[in-house]
Design a protein around this ligand. Structure first.
Ligand SMILES: Cc1cc2nc3c(=O)[nH]c(=O)nc-3n(C[C@H](O)[C@H](O)[C@H](O)COP(=O)(O)O)c2cc1C
Length: 156
């Protein structure tokens, strides 16, 4: 199963997490590509058996908090995902609030089946990024368990 990691990053930490997820998947023998959600090509999307979609959290800390607008636009532009499994993640500084639920529901709207979400803190405290990156293997464990269970059987 080929896994496509799609991300929306502004200052680079969501990209760092996406690459770490990709590397972790490759270490486990999965063919994996990481690509920005905006502008990913149709062939790369068609070849994917499962998706990981990540965004930074945008908002005013307590109000209007959710996935970056550019990520939601990217999701709307995806072709139908035809029941393929997906996992979502976000990076944040204070609290992601409803970000993961919104990401999951928008991806479900494109036809993906989403069970797993992960949150990775960026700041503002020293050590937050390192602690977040240390959580990637456990996130990948949960995502793969979900993907293997949900993916359509061959020939169906
Ligand atoms: C304009 C803006 C608004 C943000 N709003 C929030 C917020 O409401 N809550 C929060 O926890 N983090 C917020 N953040 C922090 C980012 O989500 C966080 O730093 C994230 O890891 C950035 O990812 P990136 O490095 O991939 O761009 C905001 C950052 C920016 C630039």
């Amino acid at each position: 199963m080929r896994v496509l990691v799609l991300y929306e990053s502004r200052r680079g930490f969501t990209l760092t997490v996406a690459r770490r997820i990709r590397d972790e998947l490759r270490d486990r023998g999965y063919e994996t590509t990481a690509a920005p959600i905006r502008g990913v090509d149709a062939g790369t999307l068609a070849a994917a058996g499962a998706f990981v979609v990540g965004t930074w959290v945008a908002g005013k800390i307590v109000a209007g908090v959710g996935p970056a607008r550019q990520c939601l636009e990217g999701i709307e532009a995806l072709p139908p995902l035809d029941g393929r499994p997906a996992a979502v993640f976000c990076t944040y500084d204070v609290s992601p609030r409803g970000t993961l639920a919104t990401l999951a529901s928008r991806l479900s709207g494109r036809g993906a089946r989403v069970e797993i979400g992960g949150r990775f803190r960026n700041g503002p405290f020293p050590g937050a990024r390192a602690r977040s990156l240390a959580k990637v293997p456990a996130f990948v464990d949960r995502a793969l368990e979900s993907f293997e269970r949900l993916r359509p059987a061959p020939g169906t």
